[in-house]
Design a protein around this ligand. Structure first.
Ligand code: SF4
Ligand code: ZN
Length: 318
């Protein structure tokens, strides 16, 4: 491998899509620079923003917290880590411990919210009725997670939430939405999504960084890695899409970057042409397309099914 293109130091990593070879230090610097460029390009943060970083405790989100703290050092007290405890025994505890340790080390305030407190049930409780659901555990969990993050951001008095979605996550999600026929959900993929009816914007500062580069950054930055995976994770289609895109990238370096640009172009046109009226949800008052938001609809379903399982004789007059 040739020497580091920037400083002539010991080479560590070559970006096949650009031909650049980097040493460990220049690689880490390059991730911070790329993040800064993305933030600036999409005007993700303004001078008066209080930034909530959604920190699950995984390597991507902990890396994002580190990079943003480095970039916004003088405004460190305007960064807060927000974490969601879904209530998955044996899994989330380790991630939350990592999140707490990294936040403390960076001297960043941490706000933790739990499904149990917000919705009245843990994910373990809610997934009890798995067999009767039509949606996957992760789609189901994701609806509550988005609401939990929004609530945590409001509690943290944040004006913007940064999530650690990387380039691979993004193009995979774009393709999966197409494959599921979920064209209406494409608007959520706007890298600086703003919903006029809710005060907290959502931004994705890692959107232009490959997953393998975030993983390498995490390793070099000493970010702790989780030893267990969520027991409900069932990636199905996503892992097939990931494998396909990785194979394409190996054969055509840079193709994921092209796909990202195409996706963003489609989404910006789509977002402009699909501004829909929303109405307040009858359950929680948040915006909804038809008077009942997904959270309230799914919460009612959980309550119904979990009660049936806990009190089987209360159903059918038994
Ligand atoms: Fe929720 Fe799926 Fe993540 Fe588990 S893997 S916490 S079910 S989104
Ligand atoms: Zn609602």
């Amino acid at each position: 491998m040739p020497a580091c293109t920037r400083c002539g130091g010991k080479p560590l990593y070559t970006r096949r899509y650009s031909g650049e070879t980097l040493c460990a230090e220049c690689f880490r610097d390059s991730i911070a620079e790329k993040t800064k460029r993305t933030v600036s390009k999409y005007r993700m943060f303004g001078p008066h923003d209080r930034i909530a970083v959604a920190v699950s405790g995984g390597k991507d989100s902990l890396s994002l917290l580190k990079v943003l703290c480095q970039l916004y050092l003088p405004r460190r007290n305007e960064i807060v880590a927000i974490s969601v405890d879904e209530g998955v025994a044996g899994y989330r505890d380790e991630a939350l411990a990592h999140a707490r340790a990294v936040a403390e080390n960076l001297d960043v305030e941490q706000v933790v919210v739990s499904y149990k407190d917000l919705f009245g049930f843990s994910l373990d409780d809610a997934l009890d009725w798995k067999d009767e659901r039509s949606v996957s555990s992760c789609s189901f969990c994701g609806v509550f997670r988005r609401r939990a993050i929004d609530d945590a951001a409001v509690r943290a008095k944040a004006t913007v939430v940064a999530t650690a979605h990387n380039l691979d996550d993004y193009v995979q999600t774009f393709m999966m939405n197409l494959m599921h026929g979920d064209v209406n959900r494409l608007g959520w993929l706007d890298p600086a999504y703003a919903d006029d009816t809710f005060p907290v914007r959502r931004v994705k500062p890692f959107i232009e960084i490959y997953e393998e580069e975030v993983a390498l950054y995490a390793f070099l930055a000493g970010v702790p890695f989780q030893s267990v995976s969520c027991p409900y994770m069932h990636e199905g289609l996503r892992s097939e899409v990931r494998d396909y895109l990785n194979m394409m990238e190996a054969n055509h370096p840079g193709i994921k970057n092209v796909l990202l640009r195409s996706s963003l172009d489609v989404i910006s046109r789509f977002a402009r042409s699909s501004q829909k009226e929303s109405v307040p949800c009858g359950g929680c008052g948040r915006p909804s397309s038809n008077g009942l938001c997904n959270v309230c609809r799914m919460k009612a379903e959980v309550e119904e099914h979990v009660n049936i399982q806990r009190n089987p004789r209360s159903v059918g007059g038994g």
